[in-house]
Design a protein around this ligand. Structure first.
Ligand code: HEC
Length: 127
């Protein structure tokens, strides 16, 4: 079923039409689900935690350096647009500095080997 959806989307979307939502549906929805619910605890639910993370230097790196984001087959500008779209969608009303393309380029050079531990560390620092 997911395969069929992927094929349909790929068929109808050209690059010119590819917007953050389309990128989400094609590259992220498989694990994060269409509404961002994920499959906790393995795949975290997208919610206001995103705004907390995007509000600290280390958290901003983490959001880009999780393998699903860093290794997605979209360019830095598109990944910046996608993460900004996700922040607006899943953490509405929070004031978060948007990601720039250059910020993504820098962070993306490194991919987290143990994202779960890094996430736990970032939240431990919050409380
Ligand atoms: C193969 C499954 C999979 C795909 C596809 C995937 N992710 Fe993920 N994502 C995960 C898992 C698992 C985690 C938890 C951290 C980890 O183990 O990588 C995660 C965590 C995240 C987080 C951190 C959220 C938090 O609250 O800690 C972000 C941001 C994220 N993914 C973005 C994306 C984006 C953007 C895409 C699409 C371009 C994507 N992911 C595609 C599996 C996936």
């Amino acid at each position: 079923m997911r395969f069929a959806i992927f094929l349909t989307l790929s068929f109808f979307l050209t690059d010119a039409e590819a917007d953050p939502r389309s990128h989400y549906l094609i590259h992220c929805m498989g694990c994060h689900l269409v509404d961002g619910a994920g499959v906790p605890p393995e795949v975290p639910t997208f919610n206001h935690d995103l705004a907390f993370l995007a509000g600290t230097d280390e958290g901003r790196r983490y959001l880009v350096q999780v393998p699903g984001a860093a290794q997605s087959p979209i360019d830095d500008a598109a990944l910046a647009a996608l993460l900004n779209w996700m922040l607006a969608r899943y953490a509405p009303g929070e004031s978060v500095t948007p990601y720039s393309e250059s910020e993504i380029s820098e962070y993306r050079q490194q991919i987290l080997a143990d994202p779960i531990s890094e996430r736990a560390r970032l939240f431990a620092a919050k409380h």
